[in-house]
Design a protein around this ligand. Sequence first.
Ligand code: SAM
Length: 278
Amino acid sequence: MSDSVSTPETAHPASTPGESIRRTRAKGEPRFPDGPKADPAGSHFERRIRSFQPRRSRVTAGQADALQRLWPAWGFDIDGSRRLDLAAFFGNDNPVVLEIGFGMGEATAAMAAADPGTNLLAVDVHTPGQGHLLGLADQRGLSNVRVGNGDAIILLREMLAPDSLDGLRVYFPDPWPKKRHHKRRLIQEEFLTLAAARLRPGAVVHCATDWEPYAEQMLEVLTAHPAFENTRADGGFAPRPAFRPRTRFEGQGLEKGHVVNDLLFRRVPHGERAGHPV
Ligand SMILES: C[S@@+](CC[C@H](N)C(=O)[O-])C[C@H]1O[C@@H](n2cnc3c(N)ncnc32)[C@H](O)[C@@H]1O
């Protein structure tokens, strides 16, 4: 018996943890009937340039089980169809921090456990990671994690209210090292302007990367953006703060000898920078 569900074409989620059933799905039958949709925003919100690469995904039986059981209460599709009521979704008015691209979610779960008074809205397009994070939240009894499936740009643009976020975390975004792919990098002026419109004054944008040219780009665009100011008096990179655990992707970079840089920038009060409507 296989412990994984290997391809979207032949996969069917396990009915109980540890058990996997292989059968061919009927045409049009969803992969996870009560779980994340394959293409939540559909063509209506198609973005030509995406910061992520669609990946074939192997979902383990445990991840499939977590998706089936927990998605209806703790997951949401980023389909651009409605404004999220964050207080209703989390069941309280605690501050909400958005994490874009949580990968497999180990760092997210650790941060949620360490800070139960902060709600974490964690989004990614990667189905196994969504299942993994839901499973971790369940095992650890975390009630402050919700998982979004889809493109974070559509979430920010269509589904979040102005001033609704108390922080934004982007840890080890895809580096897109080739010059022709630089336009796919997430941290750019246009993205920061969109994020600024959803972040409360005082909220911190926290980025980290092990790709030094991208770190330089992040520092440049964040420093130049009128809605943000560096929390570092010297205007440079920050050391990894104690609250950010080492992530999976970071570990791979460190093994290759990469240098990791963190950046922490604060959303300035509305209209504070003279001459700039921010
Ligand atoms: C290089 S991985 C890093 C994962 C994790 N933060 C870590 O450090 O291990 C980047 C992740 O960002 C996700 N991602 C990239 N662009 C995204 C977007 N626009 N919306 C949601 N997730 C995105 C990718 O699917 C991928 O899982």
